[in-house]
Design a protein around this ligand. Structure first.
Ligand code: ZN
Length: 238
């Protein structure tokens, strides 16, 4: 059986050219593959950026690899779906109820940076220049796509501010003094920032936004560390 597989996967190198049965209109992965391989290729090709050719290549790589190595991929997928959740304070991705940033006693709890997605938070963290906390909106306002404030974590942000404003000296809670709007410099990111700046004005916090080092239309995720660091240091009041 092992030999059979070895022979079979020896086609690997040429699969790209041979797989003309894949990817055409109405074709699903099929024709000649064992059902389990077909299933794997179909699943992989459903991932963003993975066309049917890449899916085949990945499937053959998995077939060729050590069983332990291949199962480790399956296990990593399982673990991510079963153990990763959103931090109940800031909505960052977390292994626990509260993420490592929120749980870190060294962070400055008086500053909260609002970002669109966990990947933006990670980009800012990688600059090493921000010591406050975050709030992940899980998207941005996009009226044309029907994304409204209630589809985001905006209410949680307002609740967070409200609770923080009720903090007394001595109860251990820290008042939020500044909200940094770290939205992406796109039309929708700007729209979301304006909406938030307006809505936040009644909470008596300083509202700032990242300086315009980040090129308009790009995203925080792809900005380099130095540019992001400057954008953080040079943040401006709204
Ligand atoms: Zn958190």
């Amino acid at each position: 059986m092992v030999e059979g597989w070895t022979h079979w996967v020896a086609y690997d190198g040429g699969m790209g050219k041979q797989s003309t049965g894949f990817g055409g209109a109405g074709h699903s992965a099929g024709n000649g593959y064992p059902a389990a391989v077909r299933e794997l290729i179909e699943r992989l090709s459903g991932l963003p950026g993975i066309g049917i050719r890449s899916a085949e290549r990945l499937a053959f790589h998995i077939l060729k690899s050590e069983k332990g190595e291949a199962l480790a991929i399956a296990e990593a997928i399982r673990a991510v779906k079963e153990s990763v959740r959103h931090c109940k304070v800031c909505f960052n991705l977390s292994d626990d109820d509260v993420c490592t940033v929120c749980a870190d006693p060294k962070r400055d709890r008086s500053v909260v940076c609002v970002v669109e997605q966990p990947k933006d938070l990670i980009a800012l963290e990688q600059t090493g220049m921000y010591k406050g906390l975050y709030h992940v909106l899980m998207g941005r306002l996009s009226p044309l796509d029907g994304v409204e404030a209630e589809d985001l974590t905006v209410d949680h942000l307002f609740n967070r501010l409200q609770r923080s404003q009720q903090a007394d000296d001595g109860d251990g809670r820290v008042r939020i003094e500044e909200v940094v709007l770290g939205l992406n410099p796109t039309l929708e990111g700007d729209g979301t920032a304006l909406y938030l700046a307006d809505a936040l004005s009644k909470y008596g916090v300083k509202v700032t936004r990242l300086a315009r080092g980040v090129p308009t239309g790009s995203s925080l995720e792809f900005a380099n560390k130095a540019v992001l660091g400057d954008a953080l240091l040079g943040r401006q009041s709204m």
